[in-house]
Design a protein around this ligand. Structure first.
Ligand SMILES: [Zn+2]
Length: 283
């Protein structure tokens, strides 16, 4: 009877006992009892087995979860790495395109026999620039129109040591001081720099696409507020767009400039002294 009473107590204590939550004295009491009671021994063994199975299951679940998680992280890392590699390849590709364009442009810039024609549009105003260049000599005219009416014409002429600067503003024709000939020399426009590293920096922020512009095969460089169409053959800009934000407070309109160049076509006879009839000296 006493045995049975002990059994009840021991069995109540066993769950705590196997988790090491019982005191020294209790442990001693349980051990003493277990030595003589096979029934309680069996119960303990079963409890331990179940506990082990539980632990194993939990561990398995944890391992599975960690594996699943680390697999996801691996895939994510792989995707990020792939994207970085693709981007770097794109940037390096762009840099090579830019460097090749700059080499072609450089060759053309060394050529001092060229004809250039520029159309510059902004809203309803248009400026046409025509420039004949041969060696040090040149003849450049800039004619501005608003709504199709000519409002201004500037003529720059330099041959040998002679320089002439004529202005025609709303019919007022003046011969100006040649020292004020600013921006009279039209030089082909280039976009890219010669340095590969500088181009690479630019390539990080500028998008490049292939396109056609003014019947020429081009690369277009697009920034936030500009577009540059660069001729694949010459490396020179054939179209430039300056974008302006249109908001409530400003009514600015995009400016578009179209460029046209012809090399090795200018004759001495193209650089003719302009007719100064009707022009008076601006005192
Ligand atoms: Zn017992």
């Amino acid at each position: 009877m006493n045995e049975k009473k002990d059994c009840k107590i021991v069995q109540d204590l066993l769950p705590n006992y196997i988790e090491n939550l019982t005191s020294e004295e209790t442990n001693l009491f349980i051990k003493e009892h277990l030595k003589e009671c096979t029934e309680c021994q069996n119960i303990l063994e079963n409890m331990q087995k179940e506990l082990n199975i539980d632990n194993m299951k939990r561990e398995e679940r944890e391992v599975k979860y960690i594996k699943k998680f680390s697999n996801k992280m691996k895939i994510l890392k792989l995707i990020i790495l792939t994207l970085i590699i693709i981007y770097v390849v794109i940037v390096i590709g762009r840099s090579f395109i830019m460097t090749s364009l700059s080499k072609k442009a450089k060759e053309n810039l060394l050529n001092n026999n060229y004809y250039a024609k520029l159309y510059s549009y902004q809203g309803d105003s248009l400026t046409i620039t025509e420039s004949y260049n041969k060696g040090e000599d040149y003849l450049t005219t800039k004619t501005s129109y608003v709504n199709g009416n000519q409002i201004q014409k500037l003529t720059y002429y330099k041959k040998g040591t002679e320089e002439l600067f004529l202005t025609d503003l709303d019919g007022k024709k003046y011969i100006q001081n040649p020292e004020s000939m600013v921006g009279s020399h039209v030089v082909p426009e280039i976009y890219v720099s010669c340095g590969f590293l500088t181009n690479m920096q630019e390539a990080f922020i500028t998008g490049i696409d292939k396109t056609y512009c003014n019947t020429k095969e081009c690369y277009v460089f697009k920034g936030n507020d500009y577009e540059r169409y660069v001729d694949k053959e010459t490396g020179l800009i054939v179209r430039a767009i300056e974008k302006s934000d249109i908001d409530l407070f400003s009514s600015q309109i995009d400016m578009i400039i179209d460029y046209e160049y012809k090399f090795n076509v200018v004759q001495d006879s193209d650089i003719v002294r302009p007719d100064t009839t009707g022009y008076i000296f601006n005192e």
